[in-house]
Design a binder for this molecule. Sequence first.
Ligand code: F0G
Length: 388
Amino acid sequence: MTEHKNLRMVRQAHHPSNHPERSRGAYELTNYNGVIERYKQYLPVTDKTPIITLKEGNTPLIYANYLSKLMGRNFEVYLKYEGLNPTGSFKDRGMTMAISKACEERVTAVMCASTGNTSASAAAYAAKAGIKCIVLIPAGAIALGKLSQALIHGAVVLAVDGNFDAALDLAREITNKYPITLVNSLNPYRIEGQKTASFEICDTLGKAPDFQVMPVGNAGNITAYWKGYKEYKEKGKINKLPLMLGFQAELAAPIVRGYPIKNPRTIATAIRIGNPASWKQAEKARDESGGLIDMVSDKQIIEAYKLLAAKEGVFVEPASAASVAGLLKLARKKYFNLRTCKLANLRTKIVCILTGHGLKDPDRAIKSIKEPRLVKANLKAVLKEIGY
Ligand code: F0G
């Protein structure tokens, strides 16, 4: 065989059309222009909406080899890596919608309360749109990466001497009284944008997963995903809905416990929320889908955080690891085996949502690993350390 022919065969084997996920109608990467353009038929936009985009969305759905193996041969686990959005979290999907609509309405200032990611995203999209952004963050309780993002994008950042729930109350009151648009997930356009993640999952898998596992904080995201799945079913794009499995942190688990938590605590600062704004909608997603909302301890979150990095090669922030911690908790209880119909050759598909990138919270990573060993700058010393 000539080398030329050989090369052609290798190219063909790797061509996108020969990839199983691609041939099932995954989106062409060329000319990708963000979630609004891709899914505009499902979104409240018109030709008059100025689209403010950083080309968010189109995040990879990664097959998780280690976790799938751990779950057993009837299971396929996938990771929806939302940390690969432009500002490093899923918030960008909702923010492109909220900021585009704000611009359509000729708003000149937006505001949010945030545990960090919403503020980073709002600041970036407001910068792109050329409008003012004000963010209220709980003092001393947001990860370094997120704070630096909000600041470098030029937002007015105020650290409130209170928790996220107090900051959100203030943001709601101010935006009710003044001509400033609230861009927390109480803004319905945020939910509209975020629902596109369910569309992407279905478009990639060719159907909805059997189970979707995700962290729950203010509960906007679970609301959005559920809305997305239901709409795709109504439009005939999928014929079955997933069970929605949400996870809160043990000491910040108001929905699980059934009452607001005055002083929520967890190392997963993104979901350190005691009184979620979309509480009722999260319960609706849980109940309509036949799923559950449960909790995981900080210890379980850190274990899953390390496992994802070490075994799957995916670095997430602690809140995102709550989904995998939840998956492992339910697996230990044999939850999935009881609910899986063992139809011939049909593997149960589980998608875990990884909401934010690990670089958002570098402090936590450094606290979770061993510091590198110091060696002399000579060959012998290095070889000795690495066992050669
Ligand atoms: N994961 C990450 C990384 C988050 O930043 C958040 C929420 C969640 C999960 C939970 O999503 O609130 O829709 O249930 N972060 C918000 C913020 C509260 O201000 O950035 P949710």
